[in-house]
Design a protein around this ligand. Structure first.
Ligand code: GTB
Length: 216
């Protein structure tokens, strides 16, 4: 059955692989599942056809036969549960890998996104200068806690899992931030994720979309 995901026709990240289709592409590459990509414009995201799949009018979505999913976490978990390679065999280790997926999405990602959104949309507001140190602090606290837990480990819990895939994609949003540089083990952790062949294939494919869009 063909797998089709959606991605931005013209991603505002200009090919940096920061939009959330990247984690789905990476997961599919890790498990060796071929997939097709339907590119969606910003207008099409809010049109009835896309809203019938994604009620919030966003990317990514995932379609396979009669199944249609939205939410990158649910999609990556679905892929990891159906195909070997992203979740450990043992039930306890599997539960912990899923725990790290949730942790990436619900504990680490929110302060990072909040900080990025404030910079993008609120930096001209008079109160931004006062608020910004607090936003940085919230991110730094999470990075500090995560860095302590990772220590000198290669991955978060034994072998590479969907938990690492999710955490690396979340942390990549900080790639240009000085906050991340204060935690060399997290910088090295991200680099290990990015060095995986499956990551490289996924990154190249999303970059090709941007290159093609900007040439056309
Ligand atoms: N919780 C959902 C999930 O995990 O799937 C969030 C999905 C989401 O935020 N999708 C964004 C979207 O479709 C794209 S990834 N936005 C359009 C809209 O809401 O109208 C977020 C994103 C966008 C751009 C950058 N960037 O330019 O760096 C990074 C991340």
């Amino acid at each position: 059955m063909t797998i089709t995901i959606t991605a931005f026709e013209n991603s505002p990240d200009r090919g940096r692989g920061l939009a959330r289709d990247m984690r789905v592409r990476w997961a599919l590459e890790e498990v060796g599942q071929p997939y097709e990509v339907r590119l969606v414009s910003f207008d099409a995201l809010k049109a009835p056809a896309h809203l019938s799949i994604h009620p919030f009018g966003q990317i990514p979505t995932y379609e396979e036969g009669g199944l249609a999913l939205f939410e990158s976490g649910a999609i990556v978990l679905h892929i990891a549960e159906r195909h070997p390679g992203l979740l450990p065999e043992g039930a306890d280790a599997r539960a912990r890998a899923i725990m790290w997926m949730f942790s990436a999405l619900s504990t680490v990602e929110p302060p990072i996104v909040e900080n990025a959104m404030a910079f993008l949309f609120e930096r001209d507001e008079p109160w931004y200068a006062e608020r910004q140190p607090l936003l940085d602090k919230r991110v730094r606290t999470r990075l500090d806690e995560l860095s302590r837990r990772l220590g000198d480990g290669e991955w978060l819990d034994g072998a590479f899992s969907a938990g690492d895939l999710m955490m690396v994609t979340v942390l990549r949003r900080l790639e240009r931030s000085s906050l991340l540089q204060q935690f060399p083990n997290l910088v090295a952790y991200i680099a290990r994720g990015e060095a995986r062949p499956a990551y490289k294939r996924a990154f190249a494919d999303q970059l090709a979309v941007f290159t093609h869009a900007s040439a056309g």
